[in-house]
Design a binder for this molecule. Structure first.
Ligand code: FAD
Length: 284
């Protein structure tokens, strides 16, 4: 299918892009979600501003005890960044699970986060990492916690005229065990359910654990009841299983042709247990 006609501007600077977006142009990054939607006429923007080539949004740097990832960084760059692999391996590991190599070479972290597909992979990791998302407009800048950013399926805290400029993730303490596990939809690779787990080493008892979930519901979330159930425990198989059983509790699970709500709930328990066991095994 061919999209409806649209005007296209390749922005030369971020300021130019933000000016055009303030006037109603839609940002185009990797085009991996927007272009298919335009071909299907699910999106019919009349003006696109290409932010995918802006150097100002393309960086991964350590600053003030955190890692700042520019919105224009591709999934492949996240997956292969030595800085992220060494100091925030959960984000790099999660990126490696996205789609296929063509999608990872074009798609960007900013585009994925802004698109907020309920089956996208990054949101699970960003919830577990308690990431912060920097939003920029022509004359504004604010930072929103991942927990507040993802509001519903394809709905975020972005206001008209704003873009996702940067994602901020923590530098992990030495010995933190992490894992992202997902049941993928075989044709696209999207998560039917995906669970990210993060357990800092604490010598014996689990002092803290973070669990992020995607795919189960309309929005990603942190499984706080499951986290609390594990805190203070040694992390035995039965303790992991009991905590994992709490992951889908109280969640309005999605149902579609790929998986019923009941099956998704079951998968959330299975994949949470796998992610927790793998993360704990890595707290060496
Ligand atoms: P675009 O498609 O360019 O834009 C997407 C939306 O975000 C548009 O509304 C656009 O206006 C807006 N936008 C883009 N950048 C910004 C920004 N910085 N600020 C504000 N708004 C912005 N994803 C997964 O998570 N897991 C998968 O397994 C997976 N498999 C895929 C398989 C296929 C075959 C395809 C085509 C896609 C798949 N995806 C998957 C989606 C992929 O990750 C996309 O890259 C991502 O959803 C969108 O990123 P993009 O840079 O391509 O954004």
């Amino acid at each position: 299918m061919i999209p409806e006609n649209f005007e296209y501007t390749a922005a030369a600077t971020l300021d130019q892009a933000l000016g055009l977006i303030a006037q109603g142009a839609k940002p185009l990054a990797g085009g991996m979600s927007l272009i298919p939607m335009m071909k299907l006429r699910l999106a019919t923007p009349d003006r696109l501003v290409d932010i995918g080539r802006l150097g100002e949004l393309n960086y991964i740097r350590e600053q003030g005890g955190a890692i700042h990832v520019g919105a224009g960084v591709t999934h492949f760059e996240v997956e292969s960044s030595p800085l992220l692999r060494g100091k925030c391996p959960l984000l790099a590991e999660t990126a490696a699970y996205i789609g296929d190599v063509q999608v990872r070479n074009m798609g960007t972290i900013g585009g994925s986060v802004a698109h907020a597909d309920p089956s996208a992979d990054y949101p699970a990791a960003l919830q577990a990492l308690e990431a912060r998302i920097v939003l920029k407009g022509a004359r504004s800048q604010r930072t929103v916690a991942a927990a507040d950013f993802f509001e519903d399926a394809f709905v975020t805290a972005l206001e008209p005229g704003e873009i996702v400029a940067e994602v901020i993730v923590p530098v992990e303490a030495d010995g933190t065990g992490v894992s992202y596990q997902k049941m993928l939809q075989p044709a696209s690779g999207f998560a039917i359910v995906g669970v990210a787990a993060r357990v800092p080493r604490s010598g014996g008892r689990i002092a803290m654990v973070r669990i992020g979930v995607t795919g189960l519901a309309n929005r990603s979330y942190r499984a706080i009841a499951a986290e609390k159930a594990l805190e203070g425990k040694a992390g035995s198989a039965s303790e992991i299983q009991n905590a994992a059983a709490l992951v889908p509790e109280g969640v309005d699970a999605n149902s579609d042709l790929h998986a019923s709500a009941e099956y998704r709930r079951h998968l959330a328990v299975v994949y949470a247990a796998r992610a927790l066991a793998a993360a704990l095994a890595r707290t060496a």
